[in-house]
Design a protein around this ligand. Structure first.
Ligand code: A2P
Length: 274
């Protein structure tokens, strides 16, 4: 599996398995099946309520823990220094792990005004080795600026909703300019009709791939890290087959022209995920 190097020097696979909205039982099977098929990055969150299943899936795969990149996310209700320190303990216990490869703050929840204190806890957890890399999710540039101003530590990762119908160009460019890896949630635009787009279907026919593969390749080729969710082993395998072929510049541009401002479109300043 091809890898990115994060700004802290750690390596991360260039594509991962999303696990929302899997139950524990579904996640255990899907994670194990995915790892056996070559996935090396698994994404979850406290709020997905499947960390137990994800942890079991990692174990069930029979693959060395050290070969798998496991990341989870801290929920809004656990913001604050002490809250974060407690939250990670629960995550590790549910997952049956003694460290995470990456730990992200799920949402900034600005109304609580605790994300800087939360970030200080993540910095401490990284220093202790409890988590190898630290990052954020759904953080706007203004939120990241504040983290950096108050702590001096820039997140290694920012996971945001990103796909051809909702490209967040300025936001993703901010990440890139600060050497923050952009991970894409909902990389296939679940809840949109993007998989039926005629332009994408045309490109898929040209390259002999599926529309989903073309979308994921566009994300990978832009140096973003997509984490498509699938519980279906055939689609899992297909979603991984986006590395040994390329889109031409014209094909990339045609996909970039599909920006539609359509997606979940949550505003991180008002969206409160507890
Ligand atoms: P399934 O689990 O049945 O494969 P996102 O990651 O953008 O949220 O989207 C995931 C959704 O897209 C899931 O509903 C998943 O369903 C479906 N999906 C995943 N991979 C593919 C694919 N290659 N082609 C079509 N649908 C897919």
């Amino acid at each position: 599996m091809n890898k990115h190097t994060l700004r802290d020097g750690n390596e991360i696979p260039q594509l991962g398995l999303g696990t929302y909205p899997m139950t524990d039982a579904q996640a255990e099977v899907a994670v194990s099946e995915a790892i056996v098929r070559g996935y090396r990055l698994i994404d979850t969150a406290v709020n997905y309520e499947n960390e137990t299943g994800v942890g079991r899936g990692v174990l069930r795969s029979g693959t060395d823990r050290g070969d798998i990149f496991v990341q989870s996310k801290l929920p809004g209700r656990d913001h604050g220094y002490e809250g974060a320190m407690r939250s990670i303990e629960g995550t590790l216990e549910r997952m049956g792990l003694d460290y995470l490869d990456a730990y992200l703050i799920h949402w900034p929840n600005p109304s609580q005004n605790l994300y800087v204190d939360t970030w200080r806890a993540l910095i401490k957890l990284q220093e202790e080795g409890t988590v190898k890399s630290i990052g954020v999710s759904n953080f706007l540039p203004e939120h990241i600026d504040r983290l950096v101003e108050e702590t001096g530590v820039t997140p290694a990762i920012n996971q945001i909703e990103l796909h051809p119908y909702s490209q967040k160009k300025d936001w993703a460019a901010y990440n890139t300019d600060h050497a923050i890896l952009t991970q894409c949630w909902s990389p296939l635009g679940r809840k949109t009709d993007m998989l039926k787009n005629a332009v994408l279907a045309g490109i898929a026919a040209e390259v002999g791939k599926s529309v989903a593969q073309v979308i994921l390749r566009w994300e990978v080729q832009n140096s973003y890290l997509p984490i498509p969710k699938s519980s279906n082993t055939e689609r899992m395998e297909a979603n991984l087959d986006v590395f040994n072929w390329e889109l031409t510049d014209d094909q990339m541009d045609a996909i970039t022209a599909l920006e539609a401002g359509v997606g979940r479109g949550f505003d991180p300043n008002t969206h409160e995920e507890m």
